[in-house]
Write a protein that binds this ligand. Structure first.
Ligand code: V47
Length: 386
Protein backbone atom coordinates (compact mmCIF):
# COMPACT_ATOMS: atom_id res chain seq x y z
CA UNK A 1 0.00 0.00 0.00
CA UNK A 2 1.51 3.36 -0.97
CA UNK A 3 1.75 6.03 1.73
CA UNK A 4 -0.19 9.28 1.12
CA UNK A 5 2.13 12.23 0.40
CA UNK A 6 2.18 14.59 3.37
CA UNK A 7 2.82 18.26 2.58
CA UNK A 8 3.52 20.18 5.80
CA UNK A 9 3.68 23.66 4.23
CA UNK A 10 0.33 24.80 2.73
CA UNK A 11 2.03 27.24 0.33
CA UNK A 12 3.51 24.24 -1.48
CA UNK A 13 0.02 22.88 -2.35
CA UNK A 14 -0.70 25.92 -4.51
CA UNK A 15 2.78 25.76 -6.06
CA UNK A 16 2.36 22.09 -6.92
CA UNK A 17 -0.95 22.88 -8.63
CA UNK A 18 0.71 25.62 -10.71
CA UNK A 19 3.54 23.28 -11.70
CA UNK A 20 1.08 20.60 -12.77
CA UNK A 21 -0.82 23.15 -14.87
CA UNK A 22 2.43 24.34 -16.52
CA UNK A 23 2.16 27.85 -15.02
CA UNK A 24 5.48 29.64 -14.34
CA UNK A 25 6.14 30.47 -10.69
CA UNK A 26 6.28 34.11 -9.54
CA UNK A 27 8.30 36.03 -6.96
CA UNK A 28 6.09 35.02 -4.02
CA UNK A 29 6.28 31.36 -5.04
CA UNK A 30 10.07 31.54 -5.22
CA UNK A 31 10.22 33.11 -1.76
CA UNK A 32 7.91 30.42 -0.36
CA UNK A 33 10.21 27.74 -1.82
CA UNK A 34 13.33 29.30 -0.29
CA UNK A 35 11.60 29.67 3.10
CA UNK A 36 9.79 26.35 3.36
CA UNK A 37 10.67 23.98 6.18
CA UNK A 38 9.28 21.10 4.10
CA UNK A 39 12.53 20.26 2.34
CA UNK A 40 11.26 16.82 1.32
CA UNK A 41 8.34 18.24 -0.68
CA UNK A 42 10.68 20.82 -2.21
CA UNK A 43 12.94 17.98 -3.36
CA UNK A 44 10.03 15.90 -4.64
CA UNK A 45 8.67 18.78 -6.74
CA UNK A 46 12.10 19.62 -8.16
CA UNK A 47 12.91 16.00 -8.95
CA UNK A 48 9.56 15.59 -10.73
CA UNK A 49 10.24 18.75 -12.77
CA UNK A 50 13.70 17.41 -13.72
CA UNK A 51 12.26 14.06 -14.78
CA UNK A 52 9.61 15.76 -16.95
CA UNK A 53 12.51 17.42 -18.84
CA UNK A 54 15.19 14.73 -19.09
CA UNK A 55 13.73 11.55 -17.65
CA UNK A 56 16.36 9.39 -15.99
CA UNK A 57 19.35 10.96 -17.79
CA UNK A 58 22.06 12.76 -15.84
CA UNK A 59 24.83 14.33 -17.91
CA UNK A 60 28.61 14.62 -17.63
CA UNK A 61 31.31 15.83 -20.00
CA UNK A 62 34.92 14.88 -20.67
CA UNK A 63 36.39 18.32 -20.37
CA UNK A 64 39.62 20.30 -20.31
CA UNK A 65 39.40 23.22 -17.90
CA UNK A 66 41.89 26.09 -18.20
CA UNK A 67 42.19 29.51 -16.56
CA UNK A 68 44.36 31.17 -19.20
CA UNK A 69 45.12 34.34 -17.19
CA UNK A 70 44.46 35.49 -13.64
CA UNK A 71 45.47 39.08 -14.35
CA UNK A 72 42.35 41.14 -13.76
CA UNK A 73 41.51 44.71 -12.86
CA UNK A 74 37.78 44.33 -12.23
CA UNK A 75 38.28 44.29 -8.40
CA UNK A 76 35.16 42.28 -7.53
CA UNK A 77 35.02 41.89 -3.75
CA UNK A 78 34.11 38.16 -3.85
CA UNK A 79 37.18 37.25 -5.91
CA UNK A 80 40.36 35.56 -4.61
CA UNK A 81 41.63 34.72 -8.09
CA UNK A 82 42.64 38.09 -9.57
CA UNK A 83 46.25 39.21 -9.62
CA UNK A 84 47.92 42.43 -10.75
CA UNK A 85 50.65 42.66 -13.38
CA UNK A 86 53.41 42.94 -10.78
CA UNK A 87 52.35 40.07 -8.50
CA UNK A 88 54.70 37.09 -8.39
CA UNK A 89 51.95 34.46 -8.73
CA UNK A 90 50.24 35.99 -11.76
CA UNK A 91 49.64 33.46 -14.53
CA UNK A 92 49.30 34.52 -18.16
CA UNK A 93 49.56 31.65 -20.64
CA UNK A 94 50.75 32.11 -24.20
CA UNK A 95 48.54 30.60 -26.91
CA UNK A 96 51.08 27.74 -27.26
CA UNK A 97 50.84 27.04 -23.53
CA UNK A 98 47.05 26.91 -23.68
CA UNK A 99 47.18 24.42 -26.58
CA UNK A 100 49.83 22.31 -24.81
CA UNK A 101 47.73 22.28 -21.61
CA UNK A 102 44.64 21.16 -23.51
CA UNK A 103 46.55 18.32 -25.17
CA UNK A 104 48.48 17.26 -22.05
CA UNK A 105 46.43 14.11 -21.46
CA UNK A 106 45.43 13.18 -25.02
CA UNK A 107 42.57 14.16 -27.28
CA UNK A 108 39.67 12.08 -25.98
CA UNK A 109 37.49 14.87 -24.63
CA UNK A 110 34.48 16.82 -25.94
CA UNK A 111 34.82 20.30 -24.47
CA UNK A 112 37.44 22.92 -23.63
CA UNK A 113 36.24 25.29 -20.90
CA UNK A 114 38.32 28.47 -20.55
CA UNK A 115 37.67 31.57 -18.46
CA UNK A 116 40.09 34.23 -17.30
CA UNK A 117 40.45 37.73 -15.90
CA UNK A 118 40.00 41.12 -17.53
CA UNK A 119 43.62 41.07 -18.71
CA UNK A 120 44.48 43.92 -21.10
CA UNK A 121 47.35 41.91 -22.63
CA UNK A 122 45.44 38.68 -23.25
CA UNK A 123 41.77 39.53 -23.64
CA UNK A 124 41.96 40.64 -27.26
CA UNK A 125 40.67 39.26 -30.55
CA UNK A 126 44.28 39.12 -31.82
CA UNK A 127 45.02 36.50 -29.17
CA UNK A 128 41.75 34.56 -29.24
CA UNK A 129 40.61 34.32 -32.87
CA UNK A 130 43.76 32.50 -34.13
CA UNK A 131 43.80 30.29 -31.01
CA UNK A 132 40.18 29.27 -31.54
CA UNK A 133 40.84 28.43 -35.22
CA UNK A 134 43.87 26.39 -34.20
CA UNK A 135 41.79 24.41 -31.72
CA UNK A 136 39.17 23.69 -34.38
CA UNK A 137 41.86 22.43 -36.78
CA UNK A 138 43.60 20.25 -34.19
CA UNK A 139 40.47 19.03 -32.42
CA UNK A 140 37.44 19.21 -34.74
CA UNK A 141 35.44 16.97 -32.37
CA UNK A 142 35.88 19.33 -29.41
CA UNK A 143 33.46 22.14 -28.59
CA UNK A 144 34.80 25.47 -27.39
CA UNK A 145 33.14 26.78 -24.23
CA UNK A 146 35.00 30.03 -23.81
CA UNK A 147 34.70 33.34 -21.95
CA UNK A 148 31.91 34.80 -19.88
CA UNK A 149 29.71 37.70 -20.96
CA UNK A 150 31.90 39.94 -18.77
CA UNK A 151 34.94 39.03 -20.90
CA UNK A 152 33.01 39.55 -24.15
CA UNK A 153 31.86 42.99 -22.93
CA UNK A 154 35.50 43.85 -22.11
CA UNK A 155 36.70 42.80 -25.58
CA UNK A 156 33.84 44.61 -27.34
CA UNK A 157 34.69 47.85 -25.56
CA UNK A 158 38.41 47.46 -26.25
CA UNK A 159 37.92 46.86 -29.95
CA UNK A 160 35.01 49.35 -30.18
CA UNK A 161 32.78 46.66 -31.66
CA UNK A 162 29.04 46.26 -31.14
CA UNK A 163 27.89 43.08 -29.39
CA UNK A 164 26.47 41.93 -32.70
CA UNK A 165 29.83 42.35 -34.43
CA UNK A 166 31.92 40.68 -31.74
CA UNK A 167 29.53 37.73 -31.31
CA UNK A 168 29.60 37.22 -35.10
CA UNK A 169 33.43 37.26 -35.16
CA UNK A 170 33.68 34.79 -32.27
CA UNK A 171 31.10 32.47 -33.83
CA UNK A 172 32.97 32.52 -37.16
CA UNK A 173 36.19 31.48 -35.39
CA UNK A 174 34.46 28.45 -33.82
CA UNK A 175 32.88 29.53 -30.53
CA UNK A 176 30.24 26.94 -29.54
CA UNK A 177 29.24 28.00 -26.04
CA UNK A 178 29.79 30.84 -23.57
CA UNK A 179 30.20 30.09 -19.86
CA UNK A 180 27.69 31.39 -17.37
CA UNK A 181 29.93 33.51 -15.13
CA UNK A 182 29.83 37.26 -14.69
CA UNK A 183 26.13 37.17 -13.87
CA UNK A 184 26.78 37.30 -10.08
CA UNK A 185 23.43 38.69 -8.85
CA UNK A 186 21.58 40.97 -11.28
CA UNK A 187 20.33 43.38 -8.59
CA UNK A 188 21.71 46.93 -9.07
CA UNK A 189 22.19 47.24 -5.31
CA UNK A 190 24.31 44.07 -5.26
CA UNK A 191 26.42 45.05 -8.28
CA UNK A 192 27.06 48.59 -7.02
CA UNK A 193 28.50 47.17 -3.82
CA UNK A 194 30.22 43.95 -4.98
CA UNK A 195 31.23 44.28 -8.64
CA UNK A 196 30.82 47.91 -9.76
CA UNK A 197 33.41 47.62 -12.56
CA UNK A 198 31.83 44.67 -14.31
CA UNK A 199 29.23 44.56 -17.11
CA UNK A 200 25.77 45.43 -15.72
CA UNK A 201 22.78 43.09 -15.76
CA UNK A 202 21.09 44.53 -18.86
CA UNK A 203 24.28 44.22 -20.92
CA UNK A 204 25.06 40.71 -19.56
CA UNK A 205 21.62 39.62 -20.77
CA UNK A 206 21.96 41.45 -24.09
CA UNK A 207 25.27 39.68 -24.81
CA UNK A 208 23.76 36.23 -24.16
CA UNK A 209 20.72 37.03 -26.28
CA UNK A 210 22.97 38.24 -29.11
CA UNK A 211 25.12 35.09 -28.88
CA UNK A 212 22.01 32.93 -29.17
CA UNK A 213 20.92 34.78 -32.31
CA UNK A 214 24.35 33.99 -33.79
CA UNK A 215 23.92 30.28 -32.99
CA UNK A 216 26.22 30.24 -29.95
CA UNK A 217 24.74 28.46 -26.93
CA UNK A 218 25.38 29.62 -23.38
CA UNK A 219 25.03 28.89 -19.69
CA UNK A 220 23.90 31.13 -16.85
CA UNK A 221 24.95 31.30 -13.21
CA UNK A 222 24.19 33.05 -9.93
CA UNK A 223 26.70 33.67 -7.15
CA UNK A 224 24.85 33.04 -3.88
CA UNK A 225 25.81 33.31 -0.22
CA UNK A 226 26.98 36.92 0.27
CA UNK A 227 24.93 40.11 0.60
CA UNK A 228 22.01 39.17 -1.68
CA UNK A 229 18.45 38.90 -0.34
CA UNK A 230 16.20 35.95 -1.12
CA UNK A 231 14.03 38.27 -3.23
CA UNK A 232 17.11 39.27 -5.27
CA UNK A 233 17.86 35.58 -5.88
CA UNK A 234 14.33 34.94 -7.14
CA UNK A 235 14.31 38.10 -9.28
CA UNK A 236 17.60 36.95 -10.85
CA UNK A 237 16.04 33.62 -11.82
CA UNK A 238 12.96 35.34 -13.26
CA UNK A 239 15.18 37.67 -15.34
CA UNK A 240 16.96 34.61 -16.78
CA UNK A 241 13.65 32.92 -17.58
CA UNK A 242 12.46 36.04 -19.43
CA UNK A 243 15.75 36.27 -21.32
CA UNK A 244 15.37 32.64 -22.43
CA UNK A 245 11.86 33.50 -23.71
CA UNK A 246 13.14 36.50 -25.70
CA UNK A 247 16.11 34.69 -27.26
CA UNK A 248 16.39 30.94 -26.55
CA UNK A 249 19.83 29.36 -26.28
CA UNK A 250 20.67 28.90 -22.59
CA UNK A 251 21.38 25.24 -21.89
CA UNK A 252 22.32 25.05 -18.21
CA UNK A 253 21.98 27.10 -15.05
CA UNK A 254 24.76 26.64 -12.49
CA UNK A 255 24.35 27.90 -8.91
CA UNK A 256 27.77 29.16 -7.71
CA UNK A 257 28.16 28.82 -3.94
CA UNK A 258 30.28 31.61 -2.46
CA UNK A 259 33.82 30.53 -1.42
CA UNK A 260 35.18 32.80 1.32
CA UNK A 261 38.96 32.22 1.61
CA UNK A 262 41.19 35.15 0.75
CA UNK A 263 38.68 37.77 -0.39
CA UNK A 264 36.97 40.88 0.96
CA UNK A 265 33.66 39.07 1.66
CA UNK A 266 35.24 36.32 3.82
CA UNK A 267 33.10 37.28 6.84
CA UNK A 268 30.05 35.77 5.07
CA UNK A 269 31.59 32.31 5.50
CA UNK A 270 30.60 29.16 3.63
CA UNK A 271 27.10 28.34 2.40
CA UNK A 272 25.38 25.47 4.24
CA UNK A 273 24.45 22.10 2.76
CA UNK A 274 20.75 22.96 3.10
CA UNK A 275 21.16 26.31 1.36
CA UNK A 276 23.01 24.55 -1.48
CA UNK A 277 20.31 21.93 -1.86
CA UNK A 278 17.50 24.52 -1.76
CA UNK A 279 19.30 26.57 -4.41
CA UNK A 280 19.30 23.65 -6.86
CA UNK A 281 15.63 22.89 -6.22
CA UNK A 282 14.39 26.49 -6.45
CA UNK A 283 16.40 27.06 -9.63
CA UNK A 284 14.86 23.95 -11.21
CA UNK A 285 11.33 25.05 -10.30
CA UNK A 286 11.65 28.73 -11.26
CA UNK A 287 13.57 28.09 -14.52
CA UNK A 288 10.90 26.08 -16.28
CA UNK A 289 12.39 26.90 -19.70
CA UNK A 290 15.96 25.78 -18.88
CA UNK A 291 16.64 22.15 -19.73
CA UNK A 292 19.59 21.64 -17.40
CA UNK A 293 20.54 22.50 -13.83
CA UNK A 294 24.20 21.75 -13.26
CA UNK A 295 25.72 20.63 -9.95
CA UNK A 296 29.44 21.31 -10.44
CA UNK A 297 31.48 19.03 -8.12
CA UNK A 298 34.35 21.51 -7.89
CA UNK A 299 31.99 24.09 -6.36
CA UNK A 300 29.66 22.29 -3.92
CA UNK A 301 31.75 19.10 -3.67
CA UNK A 302 30.93 15.64 -5.03
CA UNK A 303 28.77 14.63 -2.06
CA UNK A 304 26.41 17.64 -2.18
CA UNK A 305 26.33 17.39 -5.99
CA UNK A 306 25.22 13.76 -5.82
CA UNK A 307 22.46 14.77 -3.37
CA UNK A 308 21.50 17.62 -5.70
CA UNK A 309 20.30 14.94 -8.14
CA UNK A 310 17.44 14.36 -5.65
CA UNK A 311 16.72 18.11 -5.77
CA UNK A 312 16.37 18.78 -9.49
CA UNK A 313 19.94 18.81 -10.83
CA UNK A 314 20.60 16.73 -13.96
CA UNK A 315 24.24 17.51 -14.78
CA UNK A 316 27.53 17.06 -12.89
CA UNK A 317 29.79 18.91 -15.37
CA UNK A 318 32.78 16.60 -15.69
CA UNK A 319 36.45 15.73 -15.71
CA UNK A 320 39.25 18.22 -15.85
CA UNK A 321 42.55 17.07 -17.44
CA UNK A 322 44.56 15.29 -14.73
CA UNK A 323 47.08 18.07 -14.19
CA UNK A 324 44.85 21.05 -14.87
CA UNK A 325 44.94 23.86 -12.41
CA UNK A 326 41.56 25.44 -11.83
CA UNK A 327 42.28 28.64 -9.94
CA UNK A 328 39.03 30.54 -9.27
CA UNK A 329 37.70 28.10 -6.65
CA UNK A 330 41.06 26.72 -5.54
CA UNK A 331 42.28 30.20 -4.61
CA UNK A 332 39.03 30.75 -2.66
CA UNK A 333 39.29 27.61 -0.52
CA UNK A 334 37.51 24.73 -2.28
CA UNK A 335 38.47 21.33 -0.88
CA UNK A 336 37.57 19.61 -4.18
CA UNK A 337 40.65 18.33 -5.97
CA UNK A 338 41.53 19.09 -9.58
CA UNK A 339 40.52 15.78 -11.10
CA UNK A 340 37.67 13.27 -10.99
CA UNK A 341 37.69 10.26 -13.30
CA UNK A 342 34.64 9.82 -15.58
CA UNK A 343 34.08 6.36 -14.02
CA UNK A 344 33.45 8.13 -10.73
CA UNK A 345 30.73 10.33 -12.30
CA UNK A 346 29.06 7.26 -13.76
CA UNK A 347 29.25 5.47 -10.39
CA UNK A 348 27.70 8.39 -8.45
CA UNK A 349 24.95 8.89 -11.04
CA UNK A 350 24.18 5.20 -11.19
CA UNK A 351 24.02 4.93 -7.38
CA UNK A 352 21.47 7.79 -7.37
CA UNK A 353 19.24 5.72 -9.66
CA UNK A 354 19.91 7.67 -12.85
CA UNK A 355 21.50 6.86 -16.20
CA UNK A 356 24.84 8.59 -16.84
CA UNK A 357 24.97 10.23 -20.28
CA UNK A 358 28.17 11.61 -21.79
CA UNK A 359 27.63 14.96 -23.55
CA UNK A 360 29.41 17.91 -25.12
CA UNK A 361 28.75 21.63 -24.46
CA UNK A 362 25.51 21.68 -26.46
CA UNK A 363 24.25 18.38 -25.04
CA UNK A 364 24.89 16.22 -28.07
CA UNK A 365 25.35 12.79 -26.52
CA UNK A 366 27.99 10.04 -26.88
CA UNK A 367 28.50 6.49 -25.62
CA UNK A 368 30.81 6.43 -22.54
CA UNK A 369 33.63 4.75 -24.46
CA UNK A 370 33.38 7.09 -27.49
CA UNK A 371 36.75 8.11 -29.02
CA UNK A 372 37.51 10.87 -31.55
CA UNK A 373 38.23 8.21 -34.24
CA UNK A 374 34.58 7.12 -34.00
CA UNK A 375 33.38 10.43 -35.52
CA UNK A 376 30.53 12.56 -34.19
CA UNK A 377 27.54 10.48 -33.10
CA UNK A 378 24.08 11.27 -31.89
CA UNK A 379 22.27 14.59 -31.70
CA UNK A 380 19.54 13.73 -29.24
CA UNK A 381 19.86 17.14 -27.62
CA UNK A 382 20.20 19.76 -30.31
CA UNK A 383 21.60 22.49 -28.03
CA UNK A 384 20.71 26.01 -29.11
CA UNK A 385 17.00 26.62 -28.98
CA UNK A 386 16.26 23.03 -27.94
O1 V47 B 1 31.61 35.12 -12.48
C1 V47 B 1 34.52 33.95 -8.52
C2 V47 B 1 32.47 33.04 -9.71
C3 V47 B 1 32.51 32.91 -11.97
C4 V47 B 1 34.14 33.22 -6.52
O2 V47 B 1 29.22 27.84 -17.50
C5 V47 B 1 33.13 32.75 -7.36
O3 V47 B 1 29.50 25.80 -16.85
C6 V47 B 1 32.14 31.66 -5.61
O4 V47 B 1 32.00 31.25 -15.30
N1 V47 B 1 33.07 32.10 -4.74
C7 V47 B 1 33.34 32.42 -13.14
N2 V47 B 1 32.13 31.98 -6.91
C8 V47 B 1 33.19 30.92 -13.29
C9 V47 B 1 32.24 30.52 -14.38
C10 V47 B 1 31.67 29.17 -14.34
C11 V47 B 1 31.85 28.31 -13.27
C12 V47 B 1 31.31 27.03 -13.31
C13 V47 B 1 30.59 26.60 -14.42
C14 V47 B 1 30.41 27.47 -15.48
C15 V47 B 1 29.66 27.02 -16.69
C16 V47 B 1 30.92 28.75 -15.45
O5 V47 B 1 33.07 32.38 -10.78
C17 V47 B 1 32.47 34.39 -11.68
C18 V47 B 1 31.98 34.39 -10.24
O6 V47 B 1 30.59 34.38 -10.20
N3 V47 B 1 33.38 33.23 -8.58
N4 V47 B 1 35.01 33.95 -7.25
C19 V47 B 1 34.08 32.87 -5.14
N5 V47 B 1 34.99 33.34 -4.28
Amino acid sequence: MSMPVRITDRALHAIEAKLEAGISLDLDDGLALFRTGDIHTLGRLAKAAKERKSGKSVYYVLNRYINSTNVCYANCTFCSFARGEKEADKVRMSADEVVAKALETGTNFNQIHIVGGHDPRQLTLDYWLPLMRRFKELLPHVQLSLFTAAEIDYMARRHRLSYDEICGRLREAGLDNVNGGGAEVFSERFRAEVCPNKVDAAHWLEIHETLHRHGVASNATMLYGTIETLAERVEHLIMLRESQRRSPGYNAFIPLAFHPDGNALSHHGWTSGLDDIRMFAVARLMLDNFDHIKAYWMIQGLKVCQLALEFGADDMDGTHGSTDEERIYHSAGTSSGQYVDDREFRRLIDEAGYVAVRRNSTYETFPPDWKPEDGILGREFAGVGA
